[in-house]
Write a protein that binds this ligand. Structure first.
Ligand SMILES: [Zn+2]
Length: 235
């Protein structure tokens, strides 16, 4: 899908952000059902999210029939809306002229220790705890970045540097951080931010490979190379 005709929005008002939630939720659900996450269903047992479909017998410890799809839309919309309302947040999307999104980003301004508690609740992970506790201040936590690869198979990370600087500005944080298993995202962050970007590998039960990366990008001094990024129209 070409970039021509695409535009971006990063609403500043809570209402503007909330209005995007029902638009972005189906893209989110579809994206995380695909590579490299394969979160198609969710079993209530520790097996959790998997590529299995609803109605199959769980290959985890419980062996029960899986009854719940991953991210049912009403629940997802309610979760995302609740978080957007209760936190200082950043929402970004690139859409076509008809308002159909290609991709979305959701980020929050948060303390490292709060992120740790949310992401690792009930799972003791000393390295993660140390890393998140050591974060010097509140960070711009890039919680979700997702794209509809059927609508636009390539180029969804094209403006990643610009998105990050906009996020840092709106959340008034010079340190950006995120956790991911997406190698393309890690590569893009490194190519844009170079030495400002530090990567830690964390053992992570939630990741298919058992390992995820924690990226910390310190934007001061700003070292982003945005030269190759294309400016889109703001709607
Ligand atoms: Zn199970």
């Amino acid at each position: 899908m070409p970039y021509s005709g695409a535009f971006w929005i990063a609403p500043k008002s809570v209402q503007g952000k909330l209005a995007l939630v029902p638009v972005l939720a189906p893209v989110y659900k579809k994206a995380f059902a695909g590579s490299p996450w394969f979160e198609v269903s969710r079993c209530g047992c520790p097996h959790g999210f998997s590529a299995q479909t609803v109605g199959e017998r769980c290959t985890g410890a419980c062996g029960q029939m899986i009854t719940q799809e991953a991210y049912p839309l009403p629940e997802l919309i309610s979760d995302l809306s609740g978080r957007l309302q209760s936190r200082r947040s950043f929402v970004y999307t690139e859409m076509d002229a008809d308002g159909h999104p290609f991709m979305g980003v959701i980020a929050y301004r948060r303390h490292g220790i709060d992120i740790y508690r949310e992401k690792y609740e009930g799972r003791e992970n000393p390295l993660a705890e140390t890393l998140f506790t050591r974060m010097p201040q509140e960070v711009a936590w890039l919680d979700e970045i997702f794209a509809d690869l059927e609508r636009r198979p390539n180029g969804n990370l094209r403006n990643f540097g610009r998105i990050c600087t906009l996020m840092a500005e709106q959340l008034d944080c010079r340190v950006i951080s995120f956790r991911t298993i997406n190698e393309r995202l890690i590569g893009k962050a490194r190519s844009v931010f170079g030495d400002a970007c530090t990567e830690y590998r964390i053992r992570d039960r939630g990741a298919l490979s058992g390992v995820s990366s924690l990226l910390v990008i310190d934007l001061e001094p700003v070292t982003a190379d945005l030269g190759r990024e294309q400016t889109l129209a703001i709607r």
